[in-house]
Design a binder for this molecule. Sequence first.
Ligand SMILES: Cc1cc2nc3c(=O)[nH]c(=O)nc-3n(C[C@H](O)[C@H](O)[C@H](O)COP(=O)(O)OP(=O)(O)OC[C@H]3O[C@@H](n4cnc5c(N)ncnc54)[C@H](O)[C@@H]3O)c2cc1C
Length: 396
Amino acid sequence: MASTDSVLKPDHGTKQKHFIFTEEHERLRESISSYVLKELTPHAEEWEKAKWFDSAVFPRMGELGFLGLSYPEEYGGQGGDYFCNIVLAEEITKAKCGGLAMGIAVHTDMATPPVHLFGTEEQKQEYLVPSIKGTKISSLGITEPDAGSDVSGIKTRAVKDGDEYVINGSKTYITNGHRSDYIVLVTKTDDSAGYDGFTLFLVDMDLPGVIREKKLEKLGMHASDTALLAFQDVRVPETAVLGQVGKGFYHIMWELQGERLIGAAGCVAGAQQCMDQTLKYAMERTAFGRQIGKFQVTRHKFAEMATKIEAARQMVYTTAWRFNNGEYPVREISMAKLYAARIAVEVADECIQIHGGAGYMTEYGVERVWRDMRLNRIGAGTDEIMLDVIGRSYGL
Ligand SMILES: Cc1cc2nc3c(=O)[nH]c(=O)nc-3n(C[C@H](O)[C@H](O)[C@H](O)COP(=O)(O)OP(=O)(O)OC[C@H]3O[C@@H](n4cnc5c(N)ncnc54)[C@H](O)[C@@H]3O)c2cc1C
């Protein structure tokens, strides 16, 4: 409640940004932040240039407990809530290495959640436990050369043969595809069953017939590895089925919700950092005898950016609160993903502009934020697909 004293001056510095976070989350934030700044940020440049971040990051993060923040303790997790994952997604952006953040997010919030939710006890012991330790790295295979947005158009087939399945097909743009020990693979098992003809599999990447074909070159996210993969007569036992046979489409649609929400959280945090860094620059750089930040036009640019970031943040946090409560808010997740991805690109673009020529130089890192952020309007479902999901949710 307001008091006579508290209304004397606006409070711009409050630490508690939203009701979803507790003191415990703030302690976690400090601990992740200090790890990131000490052990990851110093390597960002080197990993960007090498187009590969050190895979040793996984076991180190596992050792620190950061790869299983919301997984049950019985599997080696920390037993926290979903907001812990949001904290990780936000703090890891301090590494200033979008590719690293993406490689970790694919592992913690995209490939392993289906293992946790749909996996058998044996599968959890074999894949989830080592993933939380960071001794097994995961990837997720949905997209194919001929089908991305239209997941139902995939051609990878898994055909039953006795007590095995034989898998044939191709997957592309697979993050962690060159380093992963296993992949959560989306396949078609029954051509005549429509959406009930898809099945997920857990496929070890060292099986005969799994071919890591090509390391794909990209606009940004350089530190992550992106693979074109082929599956040629790959034989897996029936026990490799993840979840229910024929329900893979529904399983993967659920997975995409967490992927989109965590991506949105990363966009907000990345945009905030880019703005903060640019704010500092605008206070230091002078033109026509004054700080460029003091031109009204620049001040208004910051006001626009800050307002958009705040709106996106509130959407992400409130939707995360519903997701954490066990709701399935597909419409709002799509809105948060769409909006956060768009404003992150807009903010990065404006930050380049405020930096002038310096913004175009790699040394300031702002152009990299723009290149990295640009992916978010495509990956995990394009802007157009988000708009379609939102529009259809109104019966259109
Ligand atoms: C760096 C990177 C990493 C990735 N990592 C992974 C990963 O780890 N695993 C994985 O499975 N995938 C991954 N992806 C794939 C990503 O999810 C897809 O690229 C994305 O879903 C879009 O699919 P697409 O590229 O086939 O585009 P397409 O589906 O061919 O779309 C092309 C254009 O058509 C538009 N379009 C398509 N359908 C409609 C429609 N119904 N209405 C209006 N417009 C439409 C799209 O919006 C887009 O503008 C990654 C992609 C990139 C670039």
